[in-house]
Design a protein around this ligand. Sequence first.
Ligand code: GDP
Ligand code: MG
Length: 368
Amino acid sequence: SESITVGELAKRMGIKATDLIRALMKLGVMATINHPLDFDTATLLATDFGYEIENVALDVDELLEAEPDAPEAMQKRPPVVTIMGHVDHGKTSLLDAIRQANVIAGEAGGITQHIGAYDVELKGQKITFLDTPGHEAFTAMRARGAKVTDIVILVVAADDGVMPQTREAVNHSKAAGVPIIVAINKIDKPEANPSKVKQELMEFGLVSEEWGGETIFVEVSAKKRINLESLLEMVLLQADVLELKANPDKTARGTVVEAKLDKGRGPVATVLVQEGTLRAGDYFVAGIHFGRVRAMQNDRGEKVNAAGPAMPVEVIGFNGVPDAGDIFVAMTDEKQAKEIANHRQMKLRESELAKHSKLSLEQLYEKI
Ligand code: GDP
Ligand code: MG
């Protein structure tokens, strides 16, 4: 167990264990020298004795609220885009078409791997796509406090119009405060009716510019690769309006967008770096896990040594499989990363135990 005993804590603070036991009694805890203390109690006690516990009980929020960046440290970063829309309206086709159109002929034999995100380049500017279409992934991440998407591309099939999941996608995007670009897809079909789609989306306040509104509509065909570049141009235009910036010159923070256990490589996760730069060799914490970046790859399977803001990379070196939506924080201190992860793991165990049965704290300690 990673919790500290009364004896150890006393020793680290250079006080007598009996003094600590007395302080514990004041807190209503009867303890012996081998009694394990959770981090909150340890923090409380240490503070009583005039110590500051630095590495303990750090919270995700606290971690994310690191020092604000100086305005001059902020640099333009690529937009991160999620494609949403009703089933069969062409999300996967559009993601594939955009990606393939961007794979330079002959590059890595055109072989690309699925890592949950990829980036494309248009006229020297990058756009990152989260390759996890559907609002489930979007909401699951949001539920975990992760904010990864800057722009939503709402795909609506021109031959089908607004459907239930179109509505949901609009609602989720709005709730997240993420601007929507509408891609009216399948315009190659004879029965395509883009005007109908525009008409239907008006009730959600998505009014096209030609009709006096502010929403960008692009008529595309994923299948025939029509207007894909215009769509990307519109994304870049929207990104300019949003003035997306990040400080690349600090330790990285980001979000896990996908993770799995690989037979050969162990736990592997795709991390979207959102601030700072992630480097091979960095220590990190992600949710209840920690590790050290042993290797990084991009979506083209190429080795990467450093990943800056908005760049998705596949990271190897986790001590367990994190969850999509986990906040990823790189650290210079291995011990700190380990302690935070272990602390969180303990908290999780505690809350799970508490859920299953009403154990007393005393009983809980025995279990740990
Ligand atoms: P998703 O469920 O939103 O991911 O939709 P898919 O990408 O799987 O597409 C559903 C179906 O629509 C597939 O049969 C695609 O081939 C077809 N499809 C997608 N885009 C187009 C398009 O631009 N034109 C036509 N004609 N068919 C398309
Ligand atoms: Mg699909």
